[in-house]
Write a protein that binds this ligand. Structure first.
Ligand SMILES: Cc1cc2nc3c(=O)[nH]c(=O)nc-3n(C[C@H](O)[C@H](O)[C@H](O)COP(=O)(O)OP(=O)(O)OC[C@H]3O[C@@H](n4cnc5c(N)ncnc54)[C@H](O)[C@@H]3O)c2cc1C
Length: 394
């Protein structure tokens, strides 16, 4: 295992750093505050467009649709760099600045030519958002219990039910809705269907979240919403495995985002403790402060290598479920503490919106829950170590 960056990776990381410093960081606070308004959304779209021109949003997608082939580790390096120098690596929760986002990947993997033609160019260029609707008011971790139905009538599905905690619900052009297309129970009989956001019978609502506008969440109520059967992705009844397949190594990418964000906080904290004086000395000379820096740097290094290892295994085509879930539960938790310590080093100013640490904390906190909670990840790690018969809910 050798993690010395290749020439190509060096180049990409350098470009990502410059982009993050110039185009992302100056606008992060603005979008956090105004992301629920047209001007905030327009700015976010503009940033996506620039990220697309540089190839970042194209990573992981098929080349025939304008995608760029990169290995998971390289994608992680870009997510990390955007987080480190841009403050946070995403400015709208339904879309990803650093390449393949969940729903886009499913279209690329399971879509027909018509579906790919209709969706991929827009998603890749940051112009279209296809949000994911799997969670419902009564179930999130246990997706197999969803109640939303898609009843077949001729060449249409009629959708009834409710989705909740949909990232990017406000601005999404469509939602990839997981719905029951048969009487089968559990994970069987669930299909993935694209439902455009302007279909009659659909009602959206919005939550205010701890994450502000960068992690916006909302719900959608479907009442007799009709979509053509051709909107279904993949085979009927196979939606659950499409959804689970989406997470795969993307869980380790969550770690790369957190490592980058925490490194950005630590970089700034190191500068700060050298020049802020208390009791006649720079505060970095006081052991309490210095040890916070030392411990943060140590834990961050461990988090980084765990993340790189998970991504590297995936790139080698080797088994990585255990490592990706190790990353997804551990890295968000330890990096949250690191950013919290950085905020502490700033004293009261760290608690204000003049410093980015509070926003960094809010971003990382979401990753304890989104895309599989830290508890579910520990169950996966346990399953991989002890065997399937030890899965507690089986
Ligand atoms: C920022 C953010 C973005 C999101 N984006 C989307 C999206 O785009 N689309 C979408 O469909 N959903 C989205 N979600 C929802 C997310 O997928 C769910 O919140 C998540 O799967 C957990 O489901 P839940 O909230 O219903 O919690 P529950 O499943 O009800 O769990 C509640 C608590 O119990 C714990 N728990 C549950 N089962 C077990 C168990 N067997 N063992 C131990 N602990 C357990 C959980 O870890 C959690 O702490 C998002 C959530 C967040 C926070």
């Amino acid at each position: 295992m050798d993690f010395t960056l290749t020439e190509e990776q060096e180049l990409l990381v350098g470009t990502a750093k410059e982009f993050a410093q110039k185009e992302l960081r100056p606008w992060v606070r603005f979008i956090d505050e105004k992301g629920d308004q047209q001007e905030g959304h327009d700015k976010a779209r503009e940033i996506y467009s620039k990220a697309s021109d540089l190839g970042f949003t194209r990573m992981g997608y098929p080349e025939e649709y304008g995608g760029v082939k990169v290995d998971p580790l390289t994608m992680g390096l870009i997510a990390e760099t955007l987080g480190r120098y841009g403050g946070v690596p995403k400015v709208e929760s339904g879309a990803s600045l650093f390449g393949a986002s969940g729903s886009g990947l499913i279209v690329a993997r399971a879509g027909t030519k018509e579906q790919k033609d209709a969706w991929l160019p827009g998603i890749i260029s940051g112009k279209k958002i296809l949000a994911i609707g799997s969670t419902e008011p009564h179930c999130g971790s246990d997706v197999s219990q969803i109640k939303t139905t898609a009843r077949r009538e001729g060449d249409e599905y009629v959708i009834d039910g409710e989705k909740q905690m949909v990232s990017g619900v406000r601005w999404a052009d469509a939602h990839l809705v997981y719905a029951r297309t048969s009487e089968d129970k559990g994970s069987r009989g669930i299909s993935a269907i694209i439902v455009e956001g302007d279909r009659p019978g659909l009602d959206k609502y919005q939550f205010k979240t701890f994450g502000g506008n960068i992690w916006e969440l909302g719900g959608i109520v479907y009442k007799d919403v009709r979509v053509p059967v051709s909107n279904r992705l993949g085979d009927e009844g196979k939606g659950f495995s499409l959804l689970m397949g989406m997470f795969d190594w993307m869980r380790a990418i969550a770690g790369a985002q957190c490592v980058g964000i925490a490194q950005g906080a630590l970089d700034e904290s190191i500068d700060y403790v050298k020049q802020r004086f208390a009791f006649g000395r720079p505060i970095g000379k006081w052991e309490g402060v210095q040890f916070r820096i030392s411990e943060a740097a140590t834990i961050l290094e461990a988090a980084r290598w765990l993340t790189y290892h998970g991504l590297w295994l995936a790139g080698q085509g080797r088994s990585h479920a255990k490592e990706a879930s190790m990353v997804k539960w551990w890295v968000p938790t330890v990096t949250f503490n690191i950013v919290n310590d950085c905020l502490q080093n700033r004293g009261a100013m760290g608690y204000t919106t003049e410093v980015l640490d509070e926003l960094r904390l809010r971003y990382i906190r979401a990753l304890w829950i989104a895309d599989g909670t830290i508890d579910i990840q520990r169950i996966i790690v346990g399953r991989e170590i002890l065997g399937k018969e030890f899965v507690p809910y089986r």
